[in-house]
Ligand binder design. Structure first.
Ligand code: ZN
Ligand code: ZN
Length: 447
């Protein structure tokens, strides 16, 4: 993440204190809300931090979020939410009604990743699990979903305790399988917007691994890309390595296809439209002197426009088939798994501006910054595709000095999300996450 301010810590603290205490133009919700949330946070923080560490040390893989979802359901029930479990897999939906007013959905994801944690933290995960292929793997919250859940519980506690300050309906959802790009679709297909109050707005936050705690960042409009997974089985005719003329070599053919695919983005897509075609996996053969009968390729494809997405996916199939024809090979099998598709995430402009203006008043303008879109994916975009204005923002989670250090020439590279070394600093990250999200809800439903 390319930050655009220099995070002069002392100055920014001063500015934010001035802005908050001045309290001039907060409008709705009133500035007292900020003070009230901060006071409530002071008394909740140790329990939220304990919750965070507990979730961190007990991660569960995508589609296996059994205990995590039960934990979240319990937390909401204690606060008076009407809770339904197992909505689209292990999805949790909690509804809290508080008179007439807008319906606001706040989403957390729940799943962890097949990563062996290397942070060395006292609360590091030692959990092992089985991935979807049955392989034994380490399990770690390396994408910060544990922080998302903790903030989500914190926000629920704040709002349940401040019912005099808002009106409307809260729909808090714990979403499974974000890392597979599946969970949002599963919850929507299980009637999220039919069986429960349909939201007027959907909000979410995501940890950022490169920015300091106390800050948030956002992108208006297109923020994250369309993500597709493509599998190609390149077919040939196997035989002896010493008699290639008796075979059709799928390894040479696969190598040609990998290179030909590079021309899609460079030669076929308008240079002003971002697109990525990456071959992330290539497997074929067993031994030096055997020409195998097939080679398997796995691709990730990133685009931002539907028309470009269609063109790129069509081009992959066309190029693979043409290369095979040129090599007198059988037609390759090209499959795009619709279940693995994650649509681009587009933050609705009006909701983004309204919320960002509030964040600037709450945190200070120098703690809120815009960032360019990236070609990563997040299935929160599906709630937007389903017709509801959405806003996902990024929560800074690092000690400011580590960020400064990393920007020095020759400074250490910061671990990214999904790294076995990434971790948010719990206490200040929870503070900013709960404060900003609670205020974002009050900004839409405040009295
Ligand atoms: Zn992730
Ligand atoms: Zn994530």
């Amino acid at each position: 993440m390319k930050t655009r301010n220099n995070f002069a810590a002392q100055l920014s603290v001063l500015v934010s204190v001035l802005l908050i205490t001045a309290g001039t133009s907060l409008g709705e919700p009133p500035p007292e809300s900020v003070q009230e949330i901060k006071q409530r946070l002071d008394s909740q923080l140790s329990s939220l931090e304990a919750l965070y560490k507990d979730i961190h040390s007990h991660p569960e893989l995508s589609l296996q979020e059994e205990h995590t979802s039960a934990r979240l359901a319990r937390e909401l029930r204690e606060l008076g939410f009407e809770v339904t479990e197992k909505v689209g897999g292990y999805g949790v939906v909690g509804v809290l009604k508080n008179g007439d007013g807008p319906t606001i959905l706040v989403r957390t994801d729940m799943d962890a990743l097949p990563v062996v944690e290397q942070t060395g933290l006292p609360y590091a995960s030692k959990v092992r699990g089985r991935d979807k292929n049955g392989v034994d793997v380490g399990v770690m919250h390396a994408c910060g979903h544990d922080m998302h859940m903790t903030c989500w519980v914190g926000v629920a506690r704040m709002l349940a305790g401040m019912k005099d300050r808002w009106h409307g309906t809260l729909v808090f959802i714990g979403q499974p399988a974000e890392e597979m790009g599946k969970g949002a679709r599963m919850m929507l297909e299980d009637g999220l917007f039919q069986r429960f109050p349909k939201p007027d707005y959907c909000l979410a936050l995501h940890c950022d691994a490169l920015t300091p705690h106390g800050t948030v960042s956002y992108t208006e409009g297109l923020a994250l890309a369309n993500v597709d997974s493509v599998d190609i089985t390149v077919r040939g005719k196997g035989g002896h390595g010493a008699a290639p003329h008796m075979t059709v070599d799928p390894i040479v053919l696969a190598a040609r296809i990998v290179l030909d695919l590079q021309t899609i983005v460079s030669r076929e897509v308008n240079p002003t439209d971002p697109a990525v075609v990456t071959v992330g996996s290539i497997h074929g053969g067993t031994k030096h002197n055997i020409i195998p009968s097939e080679v398997k390729l796995q691709l990730t494809v990133r685009t931002t426009k539907d028309s470009v997405r269609k063109h790129v996916l069509d081009a992959i199939e066309r190029i693979a088939k043409a290369a095979a024809a040129g090599a007198r090979a059988p037609e390759p099998i090209v499959t795009v798994d619709p279940g693995e598709f994650t649509p681009a995430l587009v933050n609705e402009a009006g909701l983004t501006r309204k919320t960002v203006a509030l964040f600037k008043e709450v945190l200070g303008a120098d703690k809120v910054f815009e960032r360019p879109p990236v070609m990563g994916g997040e299935d929160f975009g599906r709630y937007g595709k389903a017709g509801v204005p959405i806003f996902l923002y990024f929560l800074g989670t690092l000690p400011p000095e580590r960020v400064v250090e990393s920007k020095r020439e020759g400074g250490p590279t910061l671990p990214s999300l999904h790294s076995d070394h990434y971790y948010p600093v719990p206490e200040p990250s929870i503070r900013t996450g709960v404060l900003t999200m609670t205020m974002a809800v009050l900004n839409l439903a405040g009295k």
